[in-house]
Design a protein around this ligand. Structure first.
Ligand code: SRM
Ligand code: SF4
Length: 582
């Protein structure tokens, strides 16, 4: 639908036709799921199941062995459960815990967009798994695909009324932007989908038959916390208070995104910009109109240029604002002042104003498994409040009443979960994406490697006297940016097996991205590279100076100037994407 002359001259990406002809996301999903001759589904159905929150994958650890044995890959599926604002009940937790055991690989993954992922679900288990998710009033609809994804919101109920109001608006916005197709319910809930058949008599009033050019992400931030990394997303709402601390409205940000491809300079991470201000009651309308601007002007010819960040970059903020206001029929207000302090979580107990308290549990990279999973099951059985998934992949046991607290404390102590947050400031601010063995796009390890790397770096941190200094370190297995690595003070981005591009200099509060510092650092060389940086930071920093700011002040890197700052100057040839462990 893009109206630029260049876009008009180019053919639409093949996914556009696929979406248009899919009969509102039905396609041949049912037929392909019922085909028992393969453990996976064909590419067309794979593109469509994403809109249902499901990705076909394979266990990449087993690829070589299976090939040697002449067998097909060890196919599995990942299902992403949408949890608006990251809030779920203990009952839902228990259900997901059981679903992961019965139908998945026995782990629950808390994502950095406050969703759950079930990994390792084999084809025959997929429909029962999703069906059971829906029985608990959760779903996987639009957790992936070219639509608005899970809407994030700062999960801290100790912020009281302001938080509750913002969360309610986040949920209203999420509901407004959900696809209306019945296909999801037919396929996974009622199980009444008839393969093929006549086009359903339904419509997508907002999305239309071809949905969006690409994924779309919305977050709500409540300053001073920028835990949602508001500048990393397509659309952001920053809560603004009046003099009495009541919610006055939201500053609106547009055009953020992290993904890029190595050495393709036309792809780049981008920080969102502030568009204007709106009142609480206007948020859902503003979100809807902004989504329709992207629907109509996003690039549908090239999926590497199809995110809203490129629409904003190409057309400019002034144009975007005029177009949004034209559609709204009224003008946005002038942006207000806000100040962010950090992007991290507040671990341990925090007290709420109504007497309730909340315990934020450190869960390394959001992977809930083994003893911690069993312990959380026990806690969920007795907990009367709710659970909140944090944007940093951790878990808040929220709204614990004074009467309930001794029991929760005892369980945390019994299962040694009460001390997890006594880790170094580096570990508490570390985040890795999933990567191997499930992610088909990973070029290098991430979730399975960062904890070990941090253990090695912890020794350096302790030696430099920086044990309690919060330093944001993030790693991803490829440049798609799932772990938001370009907003880390120290960022590692997978280049090839065991090799990472290293980035330095992002702001601690998520307001400035980092810059490429070293290309293709071998895993074994990371500690020797980081050691002197930590030492000089400890010795030479100014009072209160953050590591990212220090890296810039002493000239380790310059602040990001252009998109080229993220790419290898050497233009080395990367390993082909997805082939790291063929
Ligand atoms: Fe992501 C694709 C995992 C947050 C940018 N992301 C993927 C896939 C589905 C791989 C694929 O397409 O086959 C990964 C599944 C791996 C696995 O085995 O589970 C995956 N992304 C994740 C998660 C689980 C990382 C985590 O460890 O928490 C996060 C799930 C969030 C959720 O609940 O919805 C996740 N992904 C992000 C973020 C961070 C964010 O949104 O705050 C980003 C960067 C922000 C952005 O969108 O710009 C992100 N993921 C991508 C991209 C690059 C998009 C782009 O604009 O180029 C891809 C690849 C793609 O879409 O083609 C991708
Ligand atoms: Fe996979 Fe790359 Fe995302 Fe990591 S950043 S989960 S390797 S797509």
């Amino acid at each position: 639908m893009s109206d630029t002359p260049e876009a008009a001259a180019k053919p639409l990406h093949k996914n556009e036709q696929l979406k248009a002809e899919s009969n509102f996301l039905r396609g041949h999903i049912l037929r392909d799921l019922e085909d028992t001759s393969s453990g996976t589904i064909p590419e067309d159905s794979a593109q469509l199941t994403k809109f249902h929150g499901i990705y076909p994958q394979d266990d990449r650890d087993l690829r070589a062995q299976r090939r040697k044995e002449g067998k097909e890959k060890a196919y599995i599926f990942m299902a992403r459960v949408r949890v608006p604002g990251g809030v779920c009940t203990p009952r839902q937790w228990l259900a997901l815990d059981a679903i992961a055991d019965a139908h998945g690989n026995g782990t629950l993954k808390i994502t950095n967009r406050q969703s759950f992922q079930l990994h390792g679900v084999i084809k025959s288990e997929l429909r029962p798994a999703i069906h059971e998710v829906n029985l608990e009033l959760l779903d996987t609809l639009a957790a992936c695909g070219d639509v608005n994804r899970n809407v994030m919101c700062n999960p801290n109920p100790h912020l009281s009324g302001l938080h509750a109001e913002t969360l309610a608006i986040a949920k209203e916005t999420a509901d407004r932007l959900l696809p209306r197709t019945r296909a999801y319910h037919e396929l996974w809930v009622d199980e009444t989908l008839v393969a093929g058949g006549a086009p359903a008599e339904e419509e997508e009033p907002m999305y239309g038959r071809t949905y969006l050019p690409r994924k779309f992400k919305i977050v709500f931030a409540i300053p001073p916390s920028n835990d949602v990394d508001v500048f990393a997303h397509d659309l952001g709402f920053i809560a603004i208070t009046d003099g009495d601390g009541r919610l006055a409205g939201f500053d609106v940000t547009v055009g953020g995104g992290m993904g890029m491809s190595h050495n393709q300079l036309e792809t780049y991470p981008r920080l969102a910009e502030v568009l204007g201000f709106c009142l609480p009651g206007q948020v859902a309308d503003v979100a809807e109109k902004i989504v329709t601007v992207q629907r109509d002007f996003g690039d549908r010819t090239n999926r590497k240029h199809a995110r809203f960040k490129y629409t904003v970059a190409d057309r400019g903020l002034v144009w975007i604002r005029q177009e949004v206001e034209r559609r709204l029929g009224w003008e946005l207000g002038s942006a207000r002042r806000f100040e962010f302090t950090d992007t991290g979580d507040r671990y341990g107990w925090t007290e709420g104003p109504n007497g309730d308290s909340h315990f934020t549990l450190f869960i390394e990279n959001g992977r809930v498994k083994d003893a911690a999973k069993a312990a959380l099951r026990e806690i969920a059985k007795v907990h009367r409040g709710d659970f909140r998934l944090t944007p940093n992949q951790h878990l808040m046991i929220a709204s614990v009443s004074p009467a309930e607290r001794p029991r929760i404390e005892a369980l945390l102590r019994e299962h040694v979960l009460d001390t997890a947050h006594r880790a170094t400031g580096l570990r508490l601010n570390a985040m890795a994406c999933v990567a191997l063995p499930t992610c088909g796009l990973a070029l290098a390890e991430s979730e399975r490697y960062l904890p070990d790397l941090v253990t090695q770096l912890d020794a350096e941190v302790e030696a430099a006297g920086l044990r309690d200094d919060a330093i944001v370190i993030r790693m991803t297995g490829c440049p798609n940016g799932c772990g938001r690595p370009f907003l880390a003070e120290i960022g590692f981005v997978g280049k090839a097996p065991g090799k990472y591009n290293m980035y330095l200099g992002a702001a601690f509060n998520g307001s400035r991205m980092n810059t490429l510092y070293k290309v293709s650092v071998a895993a074994a060389d990371i500690v020797p590279v980081v050691r002197p940086l930590l030492r000089s930071y400890a010795a030479e920093r100014l009072p209160g100076e953050r590591f990212g700011d220090f890296a810039i002040r002493v000239g380790l890197v310059s602040p990001t100037g252009t998109p080229a700052d993220f790419h290898d100057k050497a233009q080395e040839k990367p390993a082909p994407e997805g082939d790291a462990q063929a």
